[in-house]
Design a protein around this ligand. Structure first.
Ligand SMILES: *Cc1c(COP(=O)(O)O)cnc(C)c1O
Length: 400
């Protein structure tokens, strides 16, 4: 379980964000690691390289980013990939042939698609389970289960999973099970799954880690030598690696992670409070609100509550659309985690391909809106949401 010791792991995070893996260039003294575009590296004699031979296998700019992100997650090793999705695929490919996977049920759409449409063709099967009660994982674990996949908070309904409890259950059931946590929604600034017992942490770097909505990338972090060796082999063998330029961007983004995340959370708390006190809103889902059913778990497991909010507007699909149309600073777009605020309608956009009956089970209604709260001035965002609510509700009244 999380303890004061767990919260100690966040100490020094901002210093690591700026310095880990960022030693000045030994030849030129360049303070910022250069973008190393060379695909190949000169050898002193056949077979004698300087740590790099070919850029898919290893690249200095990628290495700088991998070292930095590993430090922030308190892991020994980081491995970068071409996307969050490529990271997921590579982790699954590391499992023994025919393995069974247990996944939280409202997992990221792309991960669900991979587990249900791609993994079976490679011989893997997946059971999806509601992990609101961590002990539920036990009913899904079989003798051939080798992976338990957790995402917390989930998307878009921000349900939480008790990482320490699920990891303890899974490891007690079978020590060969690896527990993987997709930490995209919080970043290591707010949640450190390895310290809670996870074996691997993965991220869509595309979101908060890069933080500027200008690179698609992924990363996996682990402290286990055996898992690192497997994933490193597959990173090179499958070859879904990011470009040096994207590694440079993500590394630059990572340096301000602590500053950005603090402002994301400050703004999200203010916007969530404003939404919750509005008579035009049915309910607000934000782990930092006392009304969140898992607020106590949030306080135990997360150092803060993040920048993502979902809420249900009073009205119907037309009201949702009117709200989105009237926003000034929130841009209507998919994705999340960038400095700029975004808003979207999951039922039509990010979760449009989820079957209507499954959407109903997950609570993804036509009036559920998702906000990725950016780092703009707090009051501007609060006022923006309130004025858009008012305009959307006036449209409702005009229709009556
Ligand atoms: C976006 C996202 C992914 C997929 O990452 P890509 O970089 O888009 O491939 C995985 N998990 C979560 C939680 C995400 O938000």
């Amino acid at each position: 379980m999380a303890s004061p010791k767990y919260f100690d792991t966040f100490r020094g995070l901002g210093t690591d964000a700026v310095h880990a893996g960022q030693d000045p260039d030994p030849v030129t003294g360049a303070v910022i690691p250069p973008i190393s575009l060379s695909t190949t590296f000169k050898q002193r004699a056949a077979g004698q390289d300087s740590g790099y031979d070919y850029s898919r296998s290893g690249n200095p700019t990628r290495k700088a980013f991998e070292t930095a992100v590993a430090a922030l997650e308190h892991g020994k090793y980081g491995l970068a990939f071409a996307s969050g999705s490529a990271t997921t695929a590579t982790v699954v490919a590391s499992l023994p042939k025919g393995s069974h996977i247990v996944s939280v049920n409202d997992v990221y759409g792309g991960t669900y698609r991979f587990f249900t449409k791609v993994a079976p063709t490679l011989g893997y099967s997946t059971t999806f389970v509601d992990l609101a009660d961590p002990a539920n994982v036990l009913s899904a674990i079989r003798p051939d289960t080798r992976l338990v996949w957790i995402e917390t908070p989930t998307n878009p309904t921000l349900r939480l999973v008790d990482i320490a409890a699920v990891a303890a259950h899974a490891h007690r059931a079978n020590k060969d099970i690896i527990v993987v946590v997709d930490n995209t929604f919080l970043s290591p600034y707010f949640q450190q799954p390895l310290a809670l017992g996870a074996d691997v942490v993965v991220h869509s770097v595309t979101k908060y880690i890069n933080g500027h909505s200008d690179a698609v990338m992924g990363v996996a972090v682990t402290s286990r030598d055996d898992l690192y060796e497997k994933l490193k082999f597959l990173q090179n063998s499958i070859g879904a690696v990011p470009s040096a330029f994207d590694c440079f961007l993500a590394n630059r983004g990572l340096k301000t992670l602590h500053v950005r995340m603090a402002q994301h959370a400050r703004n999200a708390a203010a916007v969530a409070a404003a939404l919750e006190s509005s008579p035009l809103v049915e309910n607000v889902i934000y782990p930092g609100l006392k009304s969140h059913p898992q607020h106590e778990l949030a306080k135990r497991q997360m150092r803060g509550f993040g920048g993502m909010i979902s809420f249900r507007i009073k009205g119907d699909l037309a009201t949702s659309n009117a709200f989105l149309r009237h926003l000034k600073y929130f841009t209507l777009a998919e994705s999340l985690g960038g400095v700029e605020s975004l808003a979207e309608l999951p039922a039509v956009m990010t979760h449009g391909s989820v079957a209507p009956e499954d959407r109903a089970v997950l609570g993804i209604t036509d009036t559920l809106l998702r906000l990725s709260v950016g780092i703009e001035e707090t009051e501007d965002l609060v006022q923006d949401v309130l004025q858009a609510l008012l305009k959307a509700s006036q449209l409702g009244k005009a229709k009556l």
